[in-house]
Design a protein around this ligand. Structure first.
Ligand code: ZN
Length: 497
């Protein structure tokens, strides 16, 4: 999912914090003039200013106070614990949709300014390599998208949910907004008593004070910023047990609990089906967050996948199709969440696998043969490659059209690559590879080269040239075992202005 961004951060004032810090630290660095702040990135070719160099985030502790209206800014405190991987005179965080009131680093007030979509912090004292950073940012988090923005907070009929993929977590909170830097998350959400707040991970108790309730959650596994979820609404939380006692937790609009129940009770069997394919569910809990909003997408936020209510109530969708979408988001918990992409060019590893299990489920439950779907995808594959690049070398999205990164070629076009691989190495080796992939890289990040390497190891043969054509080629190779499958001719691209 795509999100176009415009910097909306108000120009921050250089505060008196630096002077204040000066008195505390003895003014050792007071003479050095501040260098001009510039937005930095970690070098992702598809999102050049996403993420930041020089530190590794260990944990986020996020506090939000909801004012009871979803078109007013929330007040927020973001506490980040990180380790400096180099000496740092300044620290960049990604943050672009709120007002920053103050920043502390290791207990001392720090000065700050904005540069592009970065919040650039100058600590009172430079940070040594290997040192610990404890950054506290007091800020607002604005749920109202201004022109050209997409993602981050999503306004629902009864509150807010989050949709941060791929590059919108920093519209909600200051962070190192790249999936290569996973961290542990704790949430504290305060809302008027009539609301229910839920976030990733497991509940850590509630505190009620004078008309407001604070809901606390914590993840037990590291998580990418793009997978953070906070729901605030007039919701009911439904609890049940899944395979081997796994706690399941769904968050639904209170008045729709009964009508959604026939769908929600399917999750347990779907988890059992996925576990048979690839092994144990990777997290502490799972469930569906059903939002009263028209997003146009569903999203695999970790432990709590986001769905539009309309997926379940729109009569035009056949039941098997709805179930296959549920399996798509469920399978992302292994492929994309537990094993997250090292860079956004590895997106095919997320969507290709989720589409694969979505299609396999529809096949095994007798609703849509896998081979029919793959043959249709094969026919269109050259066109998809011509339009958006090969599956593992996607062309950047056009400015303001980041949705175009989520192209057919990373969905069916990449499930097709997995089909070709299964044709090439056989079903038994393919299933061993899938299980090994989610086991070896569990709670980590991995890239396309890691997948190619593991596939060759598991299959016991060098698959370099196979992947060169299937993942990186401008033209789709012949399908192993199906010499009769045909590619549609590529239409000339439309003239662009
Ligand atoms: Zn997906």
């Amino acid at each position: 999912m795509p999100h176009s961004l415009r910097s909306a951060i108000p120009r921050s004032r250089r505060t008196t914090a630096a002077l204040l810090a000066c008195a505390v630290s003895g003014c050792l660095i007071a003479a050095s003039a501040p260098s001009p702040a510039t937005p930095l990135g970690i070098g992702d070719p598809l999102f050049p200013t996403l993420g930041n160099p020089g530190y590794d985030v260990k944990s986020y502790d996020l506090s939000f106070t909801y004012p009871g209206s979803n078109n007013k800014p929330l007040t927020a405190v973001t506490r980040i614990k990180a380790r400096a991987t180099q000496r740092l005179e300044s620290v960049n965080l990604d943050f672009a949709h709120g007002t920053v009131q103050s920043v502390d680093v290791n207990g001392l007030p720090a000065s700050f300014t904005s540069a592009g979509e970065d919040l650039v912090i100058t600590p009172a004292v430079p940070l040594p390599r290997g040192g610990t950073l404890r950054i506290t940012v007091r800020h607002t988090s604005d749920p109202v998208s201004t022109k050209g923005e997409d993602g981050g907070w999503v306004q629902t009929e009864d509150g807010l949910v989050m949709a941060n993929q791929a590059d919108a977590a920093h519209l909600v909170f200051p962070c190192n907004d790249h999936p290569s830097d996973k961290a542990m998350f704790t949430f504290h959400v305060t809302a008027p008593d009539t609301y229910t707040a839920v976030a990733n991970g497991v509940a850590r108790g509630v505190e009620r004070t004078g008309g407001a309730t604070t809901w606390n959650y914590r993840t037990r596994h590291p998580m990418a910023t793009e997978l953070a979820q906070v729901s605030i609404g007039r919701s009911t939380v439904l609890h049940r047990r899944g395979p081997h006692g796994l706690p399941l937790r769904d968050v639904v609009p209170a008045e729709d609990a009964a009508v959604l129940e026939p769908w929600l009770k399917k999750t347990s069997d779907q988890i059992a089906w996925m576990e048979k394919k690839v092994g144990r569910f990777p997290f502490e809990t799972y469930g569906l967050l059903i939002a009263q909003a028209r997003t146009g997408f569903e999203l695999e936020t970790q432990t709590l996948s986001l769905f539009e209510k309309g997926v379940f109530t729109e009569p035009a969708y056949p039941a098997w199709y709805v179930e296959s979408i549920m399996v798509h988001e469920l399978s992302h918990q292994w492929f994309g969440d537990s094993v997250s992409p090292r860079g956004w060019s590895d997106l095919w590893l997320n969507e290709g696998h989720a589409t694969w299990y979505e299609a396999l489920y529809a096949d095994e439950t007798g609703h849509r043969p896998l081979e029919t779907r793959m043959k249709a995808a094969y026919a269109r594959s050259d066109q998809w490659r011509a339009t958006g690049g090969p599956p593992a070398d996607p062309r950047p999205a056009k400015p303001g059209q980041k949705i175009s990164l989520f192209r057919p070629n990373v969905y069916d076009g990449s499930a097709l690559v997995l089909y070709a691989l299964r044709q090439k190495i056989g079903n038994r080796a393919f299933e061993r590879l899938e299980r090994a992939w989610v086991a070896v890289h569990r709670d980590g990040t991995a890239d396309t080269a890691d997948f190619e390497h593991l596939a060759s190891v598991v299959a016991g043969r060098d698959l370099t040239s196979f992947f060169e054509g299937w993942l990186h080629g401008e033209k789709t190779p012949p399908m192993p075992g199906h010499p009769d499958w045909k590619l549609n001719p590529v239409r000339a691209p439309k003239a662009t202005r």
